[in-house]
Design a protein around this ligand. Sequence first.
Ligand SMILES: [Zn+2]
Length: 361
Amino acid sequence: MSHAERIRAAVDFKEPDRVPMFDSMNWSVNMAGKNLDLIGQKIKDVSFPKWVNNPDIFVESQIRALDRFDHDFVHSRMSSHILAEPMGCKEVEPYWAVPATVKTAINKAEDWKNLKFPDMDKDGKIPTQLTAIRMLDKELHEKRGDDVFITGFVRGAFTLAGIVLGVETLMLEMIDKPDETRELIDFCNDVSIECIKAQFDAGADHIYTPDPSASGDLISAKFYHNFALPAAQKQSAAIRKYKDKYAHHYHICGNTKDRWDDLAEIGASYVSLDYVIDLKEAKEDIGQKIAIAGNLTPAGTLLLGTPEKVEEEGKQMIKDAAPGGGFIYWTGCDWPIDCPLENVDKFFEVPKVYGKYPIDL
Ligand SMILES: [Zn+2]
């Protein structure tokens, strides 16, 4: 099966040839230049800012990662919050970490009217990301005839609102100024949807929309239902409209058990769950309604564990969630970028050994 066939089968709850694998995200900075020889060392051949600001270097690293690991997706994330800086936040670019916002754009929800609606062709790192997507499309889809899913990226609108306003202020404003807060989230959603369209136009197959501020660690199920869910549904509907029913990866961090019914109603192709979630329990519940992805422990196992531990946990994930399809193999949240290569190699080897259908574990 091709990469895309494998993903589509899993989303449709059919059993593909093997469990599909999401990509190595920001860890793939280690595939740039001579970085692979420098894992764990302070000085790198290609720094993080150099990687995210140079589409040639970025795209080459994605192709190297694809050739080495044969995962079913490649990535195009240039920042933690690709839209926040162009909307007015201040962003920093550390030498060896994902660019992050350090200053909000507004202090009150009602000030959303002062936010800038970014120009997708000009502002911040958006054009760089779009260039990278176009290059990946040309190199992988056109030249190689490889239908690997090129993944675009925006945040969930609720999370983006928390970045431009500040997460703590957003929490308070939901109580004090619910209408203005909804307008802010709506504006963030409109921006994100415009960016999603631009990424599809550039050649993306699929959009990854992490929504960590909507986690059970930050808001109750009731607030999720009233504020974050409608935004996620609107975003997901736009993704379906501009692409298809396979194009939306919704991620949410932390414990989400109390909102699984809502997560199943977003309209996403699949939902990736945090490592704190028991995958067997998830498979028996939300995993009956929507495909799920996850959830190897990023820090404890992938960064600090051994290849044996990666194998043990990865195998268990496949045993718990892969039978019957509806499962994409991944980590339980963002990748720590210093994960040793031997663990990463093992991570992507596990589905090729134990994830062949029919699953026999
Ligand atoms: Zn997460």
